[in-house]
Design a protein around this ligand. Sequence first.
Ligand code: NI
Length: 254
Amino acid sequence: MSFNNIFDAHAHYDDAKFDGDRFELIESLPSKGVCGIVNNSVDLETSKISISYAEKYDFMYAAVGYHPENLDNMPDDYLSRLAKLCEHKKVAAIGEIGLDYHWDIDRDLQKKIFIQQLELAESLKMPVVIHNREAHGDTLEILKKYRPNALVHCFSGSVEMMREVVKLGMCISLGGVVTFKNARHSVEVAKEVPLDRLLLETDAPYMAPVPFRGKRCDSSLILYTAQKIAELRGMSVQSLLDITAENARRFYSI
Ligand code: NI
């Protein structure tokens, strides 16, 4: 049985793991049911690369921004440079931006850069893609204060946090983690999240779903994530793909 309308709300095809076959792989995806991909960026250089993919392929879009792990050597005028990139018609969001407390990175600096990018998004009326790793409390506090039109990607919080995010009018995306054995939180969230707020993603090349866990991930593998979530919710895989693709198009205004 074949499926369509697989929309990958968050991927990184600029990653070195795709160096050997990047364009061949991307070009094979529509025949596997993939209808859209938003390539997320981590700094100015990758933002330009994401835009180049979006220019090359109709079904690809770019999110541009500074990831909290990439704050060394940022140019002083990075905000105006990002703003300039956002004028491109295939830049669909500012992302990925946020907080990462897993690594020892200056937290005040992370918050400052996160907030500056939220303010830029607000001024440009752009949606944002949020990275939150082990920083649930501070992320939620900032989201409550700034109220961006946000997608909290690779959502790793509890059901309670998901409800708070949804109450703020925001969306979440789920990836391969939901298929992992120890994914109690993600499974509960996948069952409980309102269907109109759920997007699917890979975070490719990372987070490949079971049975490909640990291998390189690509957007076609969303099917395995979708199968798991559809089973949890007692619905058909194709209707889950249809609804989440529509949600992605609405969120990114594409
Ligand atoms: Ni990512």
